[in-house]
Design a protein around this ligand. Structure first.
Ligand code: MLT
Length: 283
């Protein structure tokens, strides 16, 4: 049943103003929301986004005091801060890393702050990237019709890759019905629709992609551009003592240890269908 929707977009976090929306889709393709999605793809259960490395270290200490063993992850200028267990490369996340933690604390330059900014709106918030944007939009449309997209950007300025991904979300939304676009949403859509067919080479034009390549993370860009390779929908949990991301129930497919890079698989929206698909595969 086609609907009537609205799409609004904020080009970069840190503006301290978010227009009214039914929910917020936060995008940080390189690399925060790609890492968050990977975390849940591999079986992670909780991920605490924190604004600064100092606050992240304090939270880890607190969680350890409560008997948890969180993985401390993130970056400053793209590399792991002192004392962190890992940086912010999705390729550093493996089945074994997740198995020994399940819970993580994450602090990045833009992405975690953007999630916390979106949370201040009081609306549902999800972490979106190229790998999971269709699954996220499908879930978003079960929540409301006024879709807010917050691009993390870079240091309060628009980012090429986040805006491209926002355009892909908006183009997907158009396939569901009539959409009233804000000017910023229309700009992102136009950018996406004129980006050509090779999304990875388009994303590699961005300043952040070039910087990540310079410091040795070129493979992260290829990984981040594997469009729709995940059904995971990471959402900020509500009514919790602390801000925490979890995967929407049924969205995280059973991970396959023998294949760390979970192959793109047919989207399964119904948990029972997912279980059926999984048992069929194991048979
Ligand atoms: C960000 O928060 O902008 C990214 O996570 C930065 C990065 O991973 O290099």
């Amino acid at each position: 049943m086609p609907g009537n929707f609205e799409a609004d977009l904020v080009f970069a976090g840190g503006g301290n103003y978010l227009p009214s929306a039914d929910l917020w889709m936060v995008i940080d393709v390189l690399r925060a929301t790609t890492v968050m999605t990977r975390w849940f793809e591999l079986g992670g259960t909780e991920l605490y986004p924190v604004k600064t490395p100092e606050l992240a270290r304090e939270l880890v200490k607190d969680l350890r005091g409560r008997g948890s063993s969180p993985l401390l992850m993130g970056e400053v200028n793209g590399i792991p801060p002192e004392g962190f267990d890992m940086g912010n490369s999705p390729l550093d996340l493996t089945y074994d890393v997740i198995r020994s933690h399940y819970c993580g604390v994450m602090s990045t330059t833009n992405g975690t702050g953007a999630l916390l900014e979106a949370e201040s709106s009081g609306c549902p918030v999800m972490a979106v990237c190229f790998r999971n944007y269709s699954a996220c939009l499908d879930h978003a449309l079960t929540i409301g019709t006024r879709i807010g997209i917050l691009c993390s950007g870079r240091k309060h300025r628009p980012s090429w890759e986040d805006t491209l991904c926002a355009g892909a979300v908006i183009e997907d939304l158009l396939s569901h019905g009539e959409v009233l676009l804000s000017d910023s949403a229309r700009m992102a859509l136009t950018l996406w629709q004129n980006s050509g067919n090779d999304i990875e080479s388009c994303v590699r034009k961005s300043t952040h992609a070039q910087y990540l390549t310079q410091i040795g993370y070129s493979d992260d860009i290829s990984f981040a551009c594997e469009i729709d390779s995940s059904t995971v929908v990471p959402m900020l949990a509500e009514n919790e003592e602390r801000t925490v991301l979890r995967a929407v129930s049924g969205s995280a497919r059973p991970y396959h240890r023998e294949n760390e890079r979970v192959e793109p698989s047919e989207k399964v929206s119904d948990p029972f269908e997912e279980l059926l698909a999984y048992t069929r595969k194991k048979a």
